[in-house]
Design a protein around this ligand. Sequence first.
Ligand code: UD1
Length: 463
Amino acid sequence: MSHSPVSDLVLRDPAVAEARHAIDQDPTRPAKGYAAAMDRIRIRGGHRLDGTIPIGGAKNAALTLMPAALLTDQPLTLTNVPRLADIDSMIALLSQLGVGVNANLDVAAPDRRLTLHARAVACATAPYDIVRKMRASVLVLGPLLARHGHARVSQPGGCAIGTRPVDLHLKAMEALGATITLEGGYIEARAPSGGLKGADIVFPTVTVGGTENALMAAVLADGETLIENAAREPEITDLATCLNAMGARIEGLGTNTLRVRGVPRLHAATHAIVADRIETGTYAVAAAITRGRLHLQGTRRGLFEAVIDHLQEAGVAIASTETGVLVDARDHELRGVDVMTKPYPGFPTDMQAQWMALMSTASGAAMITESIFENRFMHVPELARMGADINIHGGSAIVRGRRRLSGAQVMATDLRASVCLVLAGLAAEGETIVNRVYHLDRGYETVEARLAACGAEINRLRG
Ligand code: UD1
């Protein structure tokens, strides 16, 4: 790969060389090359945030709503679509499958509109090159099987937060009558000649993606499907609401039992994506960690009650407003509060790393237990480089808080780890450089601009 003389100079920096080596080893690196992959974020910490941050549509809702477009030959229009690298990856995948895409995701666009029109399924393969970058690609499996009767999806490999199998997705498809074979790194799924048949699906573990795939496959199946121990995340309720608007018959929204009465076809619909509860929680922590105040606009507290409860217990004031949620930690002494991650409505695993950054600056100790994913403490050694006092014991981490972290060169390994390092940098004394921010770009839109507008000293150093 060629690079400019300027980047030659940069590459002599051992920290940059280390980052480049890590990027080489990372299957989720962007295809655009090193320029984007080498972007870094520089933060000079210690500024109290004060201002308003707009919260966008939920990435994880968009990533399941978009494949739902495969279920009908009529257009599905989504609004409040966030502008993120993962959305681009899903657009690329759907385009390869033959879906017509009409996007107006400009920052200035009033409703961030994306119209997906799957007149016919041109190809039923989700290739390795897209799946390796984004595991959510597996969410085309259910819709393709239901509509097209066949799907070929690259098996998602291991990732930075554990092995993350898809066995429960496959068992759900089999329960609906599909035949599954694994060959050459691909999942090959075929519906019986008469199409999928309604069935009882009992998930032994709560799985968000598994529930989404099962739901999307069941809506066009013949007869009734009961999905038990279903995940209850707001993104699933959003998917079910959209599917019902497309003509599906799903009951039990928001509960752990979904009843689906199959229909022969779905039709066009327009759906506004629910606010991103993880983005909301992340900026709530940004306010707390800088002992500042942020108005989070376009969201609501009902989406992240567990995070709010923990923030309040730590000493942060939270209030609903007409347009969002106000988070105020000015002049508050924050206390350590234990957390255990759980499926919704419990404390989200996607907020665990951010919580750890916050607890590193609270007074007293906090025990943080990760019960959803193995190996989701990759941010711990990086936080330790910033002076955090954290000890890991199996699936738990003990954080002993201190008032000040110190800026350092750190490296992100996944999306939430990367934002946790940005949060730590906001609170740290001196300069923090976060490497490999392409992880951040997968899930946080214009994060530097939003934080800078509220008083943070933060900017992006282009690779
Ligand atoms: C989704 C979210 C992710 C979030 C996670 C848990 C998207 C695009 N991603 O991921 O941000 O962190 O929910 O809230 O929405 N499992 C199996 N077999 C399976 C499927 C899952 O053993 O077939 C296990 C996983 O390894 C994990 C647990 O179940 O330990 C929960 O995973 P799951 O809820 O499926 O996560 P994702 O849908 O991949």
